[in-house]
Design a binder for this molecule. Structure first.
Ligand SMILES: [Zn+2]
Length: 253
């Protein structure tokens, strides 16, 4: 780190579990964020401000006026532009030291696998089950830690699937594909603006901890937020030995 970086990140460096070594890890790290919406915006803001070296952000959408109520990377003058370009611009203003790779597409297939393989941590900030399951499969395949978040109405949830560990559950263990889970979208149901901020910020915190290797991650727990009552619940997650996704992939013993 040069003098400017030592100063910029001094409040991290002061923290014993981070220090210069932890900050160096952040600067050398690469995070993949799928979705530049309500969850992706606060996640990306904190990862960039905290000094993550490379941020890959994938989203195929353009900024819409209805997004501005909660998607805090985007500005009114960006309505109609690609969300990932709007995100890159704002993040660059905050920290030009973070390289933002903007992918205006719905990541899928080999490209998703390649991006997951190249990442140190993956943040699922998407809003649909098909994408969530595709990200999970790629993370299981490449044994990457997956930080998952979701929010709708006044409710939010966050979980970590640290797939580097042999005993960790995957997203599919928790929400098996094909089960009749009702897909609810913000566009239809509405979402209270700060809920995505709370959950997305937690995703950023967990991603940073996983990169640094400090503290205890959310791995093995699902946190559920009732934002109207402002109450949290924690549910323990176990690996499903019959899971169609992670039980088939060999894991290190
Ligand atoms: Zn599984």
């Amino acid at each position: 780190m040069n003098d400017q970086q030592l100063l910029r990140y001094s409040r991290h460096i002061l923290l014993d579990p981070i220090g210069i070594e932890g900050q160096d890890r952040l600067l050398a790290s690469r995070a993949l964020i799928v979705g530049a919406g309500g969850l992706g915006c606060p996640s990306a803001l904190y990862l960039a401000a905290a000094g993550v070296g490379t941020l890959v952000i994938a989203d195929d959408d353009d900024v819409d006026l209805t997004n501005l109520q909660r998607q805090i990377l985007h500005r009114e003058h960006s309505v109609g532009r690609a969300k990932v370009e709007s995100a890159r611009e704002t993040l660059h203003d905050i920290n030009p030291g973070t390289e933002v790779i903007a992918l205006k597409k719905r990541l899928a297939g080999d490209e998703l696998l390649e991006q997951v393989a190249a990442a140190d941590v993956v943040l699922d900030c998407s809003d649909n089950f098909a994408t969530r399951h595709a990200i999970n499969r790629a993370c299981v395949r490449h044994r990457k830690p997956l930080v998952s978040g979701a929010a709708i109405r006044f409710d939010g949830q966050a979980a970590v699937f640290d797939l580097r560990r042999p005993d960790s559950a995957c997203y599919h263990c928790l929400f098996p594909e094909g089960e009749d889970i009702e897909e609810v979208r913000c566009a239809v149901m509405g979402v209270f603006a700060p809920i995505v901020g709370i959950i997305g910020t937690m995703q950023a915190a967990e991603a940073l901890k996983l990169i640094i290797g400090c503290g205890t991650s959310l791995d093995g727990r699902l946190l559920l937020l009732d934002g109207l009552a402002m109450e949290w619940r924690s549910v323990s997650l176990g690996r499903d030995p019959g899971c169609a996704v992670c039980a088939r992939e060999p894991r290190p013993a």
